[in-house]
Design a protein around this ligand. Structure first.
Ligand SMILES: C[S@@+](CC[C@H](N)C(=O)[O-])C[C@H]1O[C@@H](n2cnc3c(N)ncnc32)[C@H](O)[C@@H]1O
Length: 301
């Protein structure tokens, strides 16, 4: 009888283990069967210890990769690291924080993370052949677009030289190093967009960046940025940050479509959404996309 019961307990414990794996938190089970309760709670505590150790090791590994990336950046782009930048935001993106962002995102499963929303967005920009991304980093958006439709002519502007070197490895992208504040591609594109980039632009430069998007666009502009009703400055970039001046603000969540529209009222908002959900009203922090259509050209008299 005792044997049968203990084999049931072991079976149950194995099942709990297979269901929760290492992700389990400490399970506080209350059971009438004291032996079972004790076993499961011990197992749960053990798993929690393993999870904690695993997280600590992962965060140590991240720290070490960060330090190595800083060294690599200093060795590969010494002129860039020692350059004077116009704003503190330009400096962090052009140097260590930017290098770390690249190494972090080289491991991103971009097909999984990007294809779903690009399928929705591209449906909203008909008759479009050329696309320019402001702040393209290593080209994860451009890779997703190219996979959905390889006929687009794709370009990007990017401030970080390490990112530019990565994106230049993509044969279907023309990438130029420069700041979206003043870089001139010398051409116009059907569709110009930014994703997660305007949130990092110094507030004084934002109107200039809007003008630069307008200057480069023939048909559409999309802003795909973190939403907030009011402009809000957040300190820091989280764990990846290095090289910032203390007290600076490094992220600005805002109602970007509203700011753009007030500066360029003749551009018409034609669609918007939150990630894959077209038409959804954003709440604070949502990655909100809004597509504007260029005003019709007036026929010359
Ligand atoms: C959060 S990442 C987003 C990257 C990319 N748009 C994406 O969706 O994966 C911000 C990018 O903007 C770039 N960036 C920041 N300020 C810039 C500037 N003034 N000119 C050009 N690129 C800039 C950064 O180097 C970085 O690659």
């Amino acid at each position: 009888m005792q044997n049968k019961r203990s084999s049931v307990i072991h079976k149950t414990v194995r099942r709990v283990k297979s269901i929760f794996g290492f992700r389990t938190r400490y399970l506080q089970l209350e059971s009438r069967n004291e032996l079972l309760e004790k076993k499961v709670n011990e197992l749960s505590k053990g798993l929690n210890r393993l999870r904690y150790r695993h997280e600590r090791q992962t965060s140590k590994a991240h720290e070490r990769i960060g330090v190595l990336t800083d060294l690599l950046g200093e060795l590969m782009y010494p002129d860039n690291v020692n350059k004077q930048f116009d704003t503190a935001q330009d400096k962090v993106w052009s140097t260590h924080h930017g290098f770390r962002y690249v190494t972090h995102h080289l491991g991103e499963d971009w097909k999984l993370t990007r294809i779903p929303y690009w399928e929705v967005i591209l449906d909203n920009v008909p008759e479009c052949h050329s696309i320019l991304e402001f702040g393209c980093n290593i080209g994860s958006n451009l890779k997703a677009i190219n996979l959905i439709n390889p006929n687009y002519d794709l370009s990007g502007i990017e401030i970080n030289p390490f990112a530019v070197d990565q994106v230049r490895k993509l044969p279907f992208v023309k990438a130029e190093e420069g700041s979206i504040v003043n870089h001139d591609m010398g051409d116009k594109y059907d569709f110009v967009f930014s994703r997660g980039v305007l949130i990092h632009i110094n507030r004084e430069d934002l109107p200039v960046v809007f003008d630069n998007m307008v200057k480069h666009s023939r048909k559409y502009i999309m802003l795909f940025e973190n939403y907030n009703d009011e402009d809000e400055a957040l300190d820091g970039y989280g764990k990846l940050v290095t090289g910032g001046e203390s007290g600076e603000s490094y992220q600005f969540w805002a109602n970007y479509p509203k700011l753009f529209k007030s500066q360029h009222p003749d551009w018409e908002l034609i669609s918007s959404g939150v990630r894959t959900e077209k038409g959804r009203t954003p709440v604070k922090g949502d990655l909100y996309w809004a597509i504007f259509k260029a005003p019709e050209e007036q026929p010359s008299e």
